[in-house]
Design a protein around this ligand. Structure first.
Ligand code: ADP
Ligand code: MG
Length: 706
């Protein structure tokens, strides 16, 4: 349970004075978007930091004030000139103000209540006004001043005003007021960082840091290097690393076992492979073997670009485990991929005498019962399935190794769920991802795991010629693929993610399908996520057999599909995809003997960043390089599309900028757990608060579960 003293921070913003339903809605849109039925909470508001600072120090007088800048002036109200006349036209209401320097200008109001303005600015009164000075028709004016206060009420005018990212309908003033109400909700918290460490960096306390960021004294306070921001970024990274360290500790605590094999199955399979393993495959296998041999549990991530040959590594690892006497499971993210794995794996495994089965939502009734019984009796050595298998109570006789494929949809939370379920809880774990992850992000998302990299492609891969083409030259592209198809080529045509809604994606793909059908007739097929499994398989089989030449799809083909004869990849609205995703899609081609190409269709105009991003793809096919570039161009939070990647999003920390802090946080987290594995010692309470504060408290639940 969350410590009660943090409760005020996790209350909805409605608890704050002055925040009604309307403002709550706006705040939610601003600081907690994308969540269904979400309510902005006080803490969300506190994490929302200003990005600018307006200096409202008094400008000496009107004569010296600069056009185009924020001015704060002491003025006398000279005259009201209501705009629009009697019929209420569009002319604004103007209030002429002046000062002793001989200067004068108009305060300009559109759609304002005249009575309100008369009360605010009585003729002859002295006022402090602050806002942007502009020139209009050779005359000075200040449209909608930010502040108007009586001279003796100067205390109400902020001398330094932080400005926040806003949303339509929400003003900086209203947001600041809400944040002003939120700040006092911060309880006094005990320090979780080492006193010496804090002193060395001259960092403030947590409470001081948050307050300083919302009440900055200078631009320096808002910079990436301000001690206040660094402190909070560090705290956030420490919470992240501590949670991962707890997960690692829990997952490895239940002693695995030593799986030792002579390699006889492996040898049999290698003899049947039509190729030699690459150096990277052999290196990764050696790392896996070493893990399996130790009595500790393996927790290893196998990173390898599309086509780098992860499947065979997984298979060779599994057969050694089987030889050592246990069962193994391979989980794929989709049904399609599970079936493809079955096709690759079963002939090889069966030639070595191993028993392979598949279990997905499609195996039902008696067939399913038989598989379940065989599993329980230990008559299946390798079970291939989808993630859904984890959701069920499936009993193995002795599950010793779990391989999870294409894990970028399978985040820390799912790893925790996997552990909690007990399915495979004693099993060694190998996770494979086709999304190369930049080194810094690897630490924040997978800091609990060891990592192997397949950074070498199998020989004989031809480079994929990549071009960017504006959508208005679609006709040329269609003409080009018509020629290629007449010479026996096969084409993937990927339609983009139009919206959050699958229905809309589908509509776009169906439209393209209909248009291409006019050119290619029965040689064009359509596959998407809504298709019944049987139908999907039928279309994919027809494409694999060459009966379909052009396969239109939504991004369902993104992961894993292997059809070597397909040599052309068209990606529509490429500018809407993430770089990693484009790279992965492109990896579907260039697998066969043919020269391959990839056309990135984009809609004009393209922003500079978008252009640069597409150019990265033209320049290189190295997934690790692309991932680092993507991080540089887009910033950590967005690189992998947090929601689908399972990579954690940070409120304050920024990567790669904060990577030094990250390293320190990682070392500290490990040290903390080494000293106090249960987080029960006398210094543990503050650290638990930290985990709750940054909502990394899954780790605490895990500790309780034992
Ligand atoms: P991914 O890493 O994307 O899962 P796969 O395991 O599907 O890659 O391998 C892609 C293709 O490369 C498969 O057809 C596989 O048989 C082939 N392959 C794997 N390793 C090698 C190798 N060392 N030499 C040649 N081809 C290989
Ligand atoms: Mg694969």
């Amino acid at each position: 349970m969350r410590p009660p003293r943090l409760n005020p921070l996790f209350a909805t913003v409605r608890a704050l004075k002055g925040v009604g339903p309307k403002v709550e809605g706006l705040l939610t849109k601003l600081v907690a978007p994308g969540h269904q039925n979400a309510h902005a909470r006080v803490i969300d508001l506190l994490w929302h930091l200003p990005t600018g600072l307006i200096d409202r120090a008094l400008t000496p007088n009107i004569a010296t004030a600069k056009v185009g800048e924020i001015a704060t002036l002491e003025v006398t109200v000279a005259e009201h000139r209501p705009g629009g006349g009697r019929r209420g036209g569009r002319a604004p209401y103007k209030v002429l103000v002046e000062d002793d320097s001989g200067g004068a200008f108009d305060l300009v109001y559109f759609n304002a209540d005249p009575n309100y303005l008369k009360r605010l600015l009585p003729v002859g009164s002295r006022r402090l006004v602050s806002g942007q000075l502009e020139a209009y028709d050779g005359w000075l004016q200040m449209p909608h001043p930010d502040h108007v206060v009586a001279v003796d009420g100067a205390g109400n005018l902020p001398l330094l005003e932080p400005t926040y990212p806003l949303t339509t309908g929400l003003s900086n003033t209203v947001l600041r007021k809400a944040i002003g109400e939120a700040l006092p909700q911060l309880p006094a918290l005990p320090e979780w960082n080492d006193a010496e460490f804090l002193a060395k960096h001259a960092w403030p306390t947590f409470g001081e840091a948050i307050t300083r960021l919302h009440e900055p004294k200078s631009d320096a306070d808002l910079s990436l290097t301000s001690p206040a921001r660094l402190r909070l970024a560090y705290d956030e990274l420490l919470a992240n690393q501590l949670a991962l360290a707890v997960i690692r500790q829990r997952l490895t605590k239940r002693a695995g076992r030593s799986l030792v094999a002579s390699g006889k199955f492996r040898k049999a399979i290698l003899a049947n492979l039509p190729f030699e393993l690459t150096g990277a495959q052999m290196r990764s296998l050696a790392e896996i073997d070493a893990d399996l041999k130790t009595p500790h549990r393996m927790l290893r991530l196998l990173q390898g670009d599309v086509g780098s040959g992860k499947t065979v590594v997984a298979l060779l690892a599994m057969v050694n485990a089987v030889e050592a006497g246990v069962q193994t499971a391979l989980m794929a993210p989709t049904e399609l991929l599970a079936r493809q794995h079955l096709q690759t794996i079963s002939p090889l495994a069966e030639s070595a005498g191993l028993r392979v089965a598949i279990l997905t939502g499609r195996e039902r009734g008696r067939e399913r019962e038989e598989i379940l019984t065989a599993l329980q009796d230990g008559k299946i050595d390798i079970l291939i399935g989808t993630h859904a298998l984890f959701q069920e109570a499936i009993a193995f006789r002795d599950l010793g190794l779990v391989v999870i494929d294409e894990q970028h949809r399978f985040g820390v939370h799912q790893r925790l769920a996997l552990q909690a379920k007990g399915t495979g809880s004693g099993a060694e774990l190998l996770v494979m991802t086709a999304t190369p992850i930049p080194r810094t992000l690897l630490l924040t998302g997978y800091g609990d795991m060891d990592a192997s990299r397949l950074d070498e492609k199998p020989p004989g891969r031809k480079p994929v010629a990549t071009r960017t083409v504006p959508l208005d030259r679609l006709d040329e592209v269609v003409a080009g693929i018509t020629r290629a198809v007449s010479q026996g080529s096969q084409v993937y045509w990927v339609c983009p993610l139009v919206a959050e809604s699958e229905m809309l994606d589908l509509a776009a793909a169906e439209e393209r399908y209909a248009a291409l059908k006019k050119h290619f007739g029965a040689k064009v097929g359509l596959v998407h996520g809504r298709l019944a499994a049987k139908e999907k398989d039928r279309v994919m089989a027809a494409f694999a057999a060459g009966d379909i030449a052009v396969l239109v799809s939504t991004t369902v083909i993104e992961v894993g599909v292997d059809i070597p004869n397909a040599s052309i990849m068209i990606i529509e609205h490429a500018e809407r995809f993430g770089l990693a995703q484009l790279h992965q899609l492109r990896g579907r081609v260039g697998r066969g003997a043919k020269e391959s190409s990839c056309v990135l269709l984009y809609r004009q105009p393209l922003s500079d960043t978008a252009r640069e991003r597409l150019n990265v793809l033209r320049r290189t096919e190295d997934g690790f390089v692309i991932a680092e570039e993507d991080l540089r161009l887009r910033g950590g939070g967005e690189v992998l599309g947090t929601r689908q990647s399972g990579m954690p999003a940070f409120r304050i920390a920024r990567l790669p900028e904060d990577q030094t802090l990250l390293q320190t946080a990682r070392d500290t987290a490990r040290l903390i757990l080494a000293r106090d594995p249960e987080l029960k010692g006398k210094n543990a309470e503050p650290l638990r608060l930290l985990l709750y504060l940054f909502e990394r408290d899954d780790a605490i639940k895990l500790m309780r579960a034992g």
